[in-house]
Structures are given as structure tokens and as C-alpha cells.
Design a protein around this ligand. Structure first.
Ligand SMILES: Cc1cc2nc3c(=O)[nH]c(=O)nc-3n(C[C@H](O)[C@H](O)[C@H](O)COP(=O)(O)O)c2cc1C
Length: 212
């Protein structure tokens, strides 16, 4: 089984989202030794800018037009990122909430790989998925606790889960589970530890589902 692990935090060893996805993957590996993990950390990957050349390449690829050398170069990098998604049987993605949404480097990865005729099809009327990923887990960590009926209800403040869950399903993740870990950066460190331990336990319960 090929597992694509996407890390979205720049905090390395201190990262809550990375330590949660790592421990989940370790638990999976101890149950299934055939797992091969490809780790893509959006901060270490030196992602190309999604700039003039990248957009030129995107449009020319759809229209099958000849690219300039600069466009071809960035398109090659984009293709190698796309391949990592195409190779995956499973995805495990961890991300912190940044300003109620996603860290910009994760959005940069999405903008790079979300290419028509590679990750999704579009016939002018509807979208169809082109990836073949049976299952994925997304771990969302946040500093605060978002609860309906409080001054920070998720219905107004959460712009993290909706978009990423939607996007993963759009491109072809068939069965997606999201694990939300609120309170990860609380003034009361003990409360954070309790939240993180709960998240870890939830993930452990998902190992069997994920592998079968
Ligand atoms: C730039 C930045 C923006 C953040 N924005 C939010 C936010 O809008 N809401 C929230 O609850 N926590 C926010 N946080 C806190 C993180 O989401 C939280 O600490 C998370 O657990 C960090 O995950 P990590 O340890 O994997 O980096 C922010 C943290 C940073 C560094």
C-alpha cells in the first residue's frame, strides 16, 4: 500500500499536526508492514511559485499548445508533484488552522497540483475526479475551541475543514475521515494535552478502517 503523507506545518518536531499524523502512520505500519510512505512537507519541498510561467503552462497544457522553456520547466515540477498524488492508495494529511483557513503553503501545493485532466476532469458543465484514492484521513489542529453557541462558532469561523474536505473529495478521495483537534494551543497547557491525547486516541481507532 502506498501512502502519501502531507505535512503542512513548518514547526517540525514541535508540530501538533505532524506528531499526530506521524503516530497514526506508525500505528498503521505496525499493523501492515507493506506500507510505503511518501512524505511531502509543503515547507521543505521548495514548491515552485504559481506565477506567470506556471499559469501559462496550466493554460497551454489544457489547450495542448507549445510551452516556452520556462513554462516547460515549471510544468515538469508540477507533473512530479501530481505523480505523487497519482501513486497514492491512501492519503494522510495534517494541517494547522491559520487565520481560520489553511496555511498558504498548503494552498500553494493545491494550486500547483489541481490541474485539469490530471487531478480532475471538467467538460464545461461538470467536474469529475481523476485520482483513485480509496481512503484519506485529515487531521486539523487549531489553537482555539470552536463551538456553536459560543463567540467562535465553527459555522462562522471554520474555513479550514470545508474547503480541504471538499477539494480532496472533488479530486477523487472516495472515503474521507476528518479528525478535528481543537484547543491545541491553549493558555492552559493541560487542556491542550487532553485535546491532543483525545485526537491521538480517535486516530488509533481509525487504523483498522484505514487499512481495510
Ligand atoms: C500563523 C498562525 C495562525 C493561526 N491562526 C489560528 C486561527 O485562526 N485559529 C486558531 O484556532 N488557531 C490558530 N493558530 C494556532 C494553530 O492552529 C495551532 O497552534 C495548531 O495546533 C498548530 O499546529 P502545528 O503545531 O502542527 O503547527 C495559528 C497559528 C499560527 C502560527
Amino acid at each position: 500500500m502506498k501512502l502519501l503523507e502531507i505535512q503542512s506545518s513548518p514547526r517540525g518536531e514541535s508540530s501538533d499536526s505532524i506528531s499526530l499524523t506521524k503516530s497514526f502512520i506508525e500505528a498503521c505500519k505496525s499493523d501492515d508492514t507493506s506500507i510505503v510512505v511518501d512524505t511531502l512537507n509543503v515547507w521543505h519541498e521548495r514548491l515552485p511559485e504559481f506565477d506567470y510561467e506556471a499559469i501559462g503552462a496550466k493554460y497551454k497544457a489544457v489547450k495542448h499548445e507549445t510551452m516556452t522553456e520556462a513554462e516547460s520547466n515549471v510544468w515538469e515540477r508540477i507533473q512530479s508533484l501530481i505523480q505523487r498524488f497519482q501513486n497514492a492508495d491512501r492519503i494522510v494529511l495534517g494541517t494547522p488552522m491559520w487565520n481560520f483557513g489553511l496555511p498558504y503553503k498548503l494552498k500553494q501545493l493545491i494550486d500547483l497540483v489541481a490541474q485539469r485532466n490530471y487531478l480532475f476532469a471538467y467538460d464545461g458543465k461538470q467536474y469529475g475526479p481523476l485520482l483513485n484514492v480509496e481512503k484519506a484521513i485529515v487531521v486539523y489542529t487549531r489553537g482555539s475551541r470552536f463551538l456553536e453557541g459560543t463567540p467562535i462558532p465553527p459555522s462562522r469561523f471554520d474555513h479550514q475543514t470545508n474547503y480541504l474536505d471538499f477539494w480532496l473529495q472533488l479530486v477523487g478521495v472516495r472515503d474521507l475521515r476528518s479528525v478535528i483537534v481543537d484547543n491545541a494551543w491553549n493558555q492552559d497547557r493541560q487542556e491542550s494535552e487532553v485535546s491532543l491525547a483525545k485526537g491521538k486516541a480517535t486516530l488509533e481507532r481509525l487504523v483498522e478502517w484505514f487499512l481495510n
